[in-house]
Write a new protein. Sequence first.
Length: 282
Amino acid sequence: MKYTVEVTISCGVDQAGILPALLLDVGFEAFEEIEGGIKAYLAEEDWSQTTAAELEALLRTLGVNAKAVVQKIEERDWNEIWESSLEPIAVGRFCIIPVHAMSGSHDGGERIPLYIQPQMSFGTGYHATTRLMLQLMQEKIGEGDRVLDAGTGTGVLAIAAIKLGAGSAFGFDIDHWAGDNAPENVRRNAVEDRVQIAVGGIEMAPEEPYDVILANINLNVLIALMPDFEARLSEGGSLILSGVLSKDTDILVQAMEACGLGPSTTRTEGEWMAGICNRRAN
């Protein structure tokens, strides 16, 4: 019988927000948010002393309160189990519909449907930050806008931008899962003529002005990319971002102001925040 290694990690909410991306590099394949932390999974044959040492080193960098419990459990398709538990979710004018629920009874009704094959490792609308982004996009995306989606994940934000009237969207992500998943979702939503997806960093994006830049990542990556966002933002354009805890808002604002940007709108859900930034007047 094959087994899966399940690692239960107890940590703070800010640490839990960045752990999946870090654990992907260690070799973990799926994640589940739990109260007080996350669970991470990988195949038994991929678990080794080296993996254990890398996990231990990673947790040390997160602080003394981070701890992990490791156990072997019968192999199951955790992503499939998680997916099957998801129901369509309404976010403003949108209705996010997981692929398994695509039917006549789940067509979005009067809302704009977003058909998404969920992945446990990145946002699909079932996390507060994605919902916050979708809400703010409805205030800013205009007809014909050129949109850049940084850290596109499932492609849900790029797809939503097109359905709001944007003329084109370019999404990029360093996660190889996105390279497979996002194009599939783009095709499911019949927007492949207006959405491009690339695997890699911001250097993959054409160096042209964008009317709206979307970035649902994490605080450190947002700060590192802020100069690139500013350089690609059109005159009068908007940067919509999330992935940041409300308590870190001041840190993010400092990074914006250093690049000549400033928040014009902020919104919160639970402990998470999202904001719209514009170029500050000289």
